[in-house]
Design a protein around this ligand. Sequence first.
Ligand code: BTN
Length: 259
Amino acid sequence: MDELRRGPALKRLGCEFHYFAEIDSTNTYARQLAEAGAREGEIVIAEAQTQGRGRLGRRWQSPPFANLYFSVILRPQLAPMQAPQITLTAAVALAETVASFIAQPVTIKWPNDILVDGRKLAGILTEASCDSNKVNFVILGIGVNLNYRVATMPEEIRAHATSMAELTGSSIHRESFLRRLIQGLDRCYGELDEFGFAGLAPRWEAHFGLRDKRVRVELLDQIVTGRALGIDEDGALLIEDDRGTRQRVLAGDVIPVES
Ligand code: BTN
């Protein structure tokens, strides 16, 4: 972890690192720490996860010593309905960090996928604990495929996933990547805390791959098809549906469809 202490001092994140060679899920452990009163900025990081979790109950492939798997405990001053801003803020930091390593365009697939060449490179899983009017804590979990080779990925993700090593043709120094990412997260989270999401929104939109594209969103009880417009100040996805009505989508899977 000494590598992480190099460069500009971290203001909000990284007050303590909990390091594991193997864990079930860094998000699960971080939640236990948060429930026991852990401070904002504590980070749980593991070399491998046996029960790595993705959104919507999916599994996150977490083989040892190849990639990054970590979770940050945050205690933001946000109302519960603003909690999705944490995911979007993390996506800005993640997209900008990846873009600082590669020449290819980096896109964000709302709300939390980082894609390059249409393949998934990284994902964010935020899990919040809220009271009726305040957020108690948010667990920000991030997985980045760094030195994972497509040839060794399980069949089910091979056609849709990529890694930094695949994109650059060489292996990535994990601590250097992690340091840059945590510094970016620290800055972006500080901006969110001090100035709100408005200043970060244009940076999120700069990486939004689906603006003006036709999309289908699968919600719990309905499917919305229409044109993706962008996000609002709370981080909801705005869609103009096929009847011309503007819809706010707070959660769901967004899939591009042929026009
Ligand atoms: C997704 O794209 O569906 C989100 C993937 C999030 C994976 C990370 S890896 C570290 C943290 N621990 C987990 O169990 N999941 C997140």
